[in-house]
Unconditional design. Structure first.
Length: 279
């Protein structure tokens, strides 16, 4: 390579081009390098735009009926990813944007340190629900840690519960719940919990657990907001902090059918690299 460069330089000089014109700050080689860099950056930006356009098509394939909140960490600003964003933009169009408290962005997720990181959203009280998330937690803390929820004398949430070593769907802050299998740290999970006042069900990477459960979801006390990474009280929180990463969240104001849950799960697998635990 060195010999080739020397040869090129000699040829340029023999052609009557000065050494300074060839190698100077504004010389031929510098201009050529700048042109190559400009081309490569433009190609990279074009690829990123194409990737986002393809992602938009897949995001639109999620069930839309009843969708009240939709977060995707790769598109945390709607138009792309900003590692300095202080809000998580709601792609559902319902303006349920989340406000970050200490949590930090990775390239494709939002990291919670298990100490004081959380995201506040706003009130989301519904009598029938489906709540879905793609997560990976680092460890199960003592007691319970919340992926997403608003359980204050009512409400609902997805919880990592130490007692059962499992992710559960909690309704009305009661632990008569639907359970995942023995969950493992540092494994990416697609979780879907749904409730229709007759059945409570939880899907963990496509595997379903359900049981009969009768009654409405009680509205939370003290106008408690919905939150990620904790169980809030009113509009703040200091308990049940998650240690892990959340990649996506969806909340519906109705119970999806099993087929709809599986439709969303298949998209989760493609977008987030979730592994099917049934395979």
């Amino acid at each position: 390579m060195v010999a080739l460069i020397i040869t090129v330089i000699i040829l340029i000089i023999l052609a009557g081009v000065s050494l300074n014109l060839a190698l100077g700050q504004n010389g031929i080689f510098q201009k050529s390098k700048e042109a190559v860099d400009k081309y490569q950056n433009a190609a990279k930006e074009e690829k990123e735009q194409l990737d986002l356009a393809a992602r938009d098509l897949m995001l639109d394939d999620y069930v839309q009926d009843g969708l009240m909140l939709h977060y995707d960490a790769v598109k945390n600003t709607k138009n792309g990813h900003d590692k300095n964003a202080i809000q998580w933009y709601d792609l559902s169009g319902n303006n349920n944007n989340g406000t970050l408290h200490e949590a930090t962005w990775t390239e494709d997720g939002l990291y919670f340190d298990g100490i004081n990181d959380w995201v506040g959203i706003g009130q989301m009280d519904y009598e029938n629900i489906t709540i879905e998330a793609v997560i990976k937690y680092n460890k199960i803390a003592e007691g319970e840690t919340y992926i997403v929820g608003n359980c204050q004398a009512g409400g609902y949430g997805l919880v990592v519960w130490n007692t059962k070593n499992a992710i559960i769907l909690n309704i009305n802050n009661e632990y008569d719940a639907a359970y995942g299998s023995n969950s493992q740290s540092n494994v990416k999970y697609s979780i879907s919990g749904k409730y229709n006042q007759k059945e409570i069900a939880l899907f963990e990477n496509g595997k379903k657990d359900s049981k009969e459960k009768i009654g409405k979801i009680t509205k939370t006390t003290n106008n408690t907001i919905m939150a990620l990474g904790t169980n809030p009280f009113k509009d703040t929180s200091d308990v049940s902090f998650l240690n892990g990463t959340i990649y996506s969240v969806r909340i519906y104001n109705r119970a999806l059918t099993d087929d709809e849950v599986m439709q969303n799960y298949k998209i989760d697998k493609m977008l987030y690299g979730v592994e099917d635990i049934n395979e």
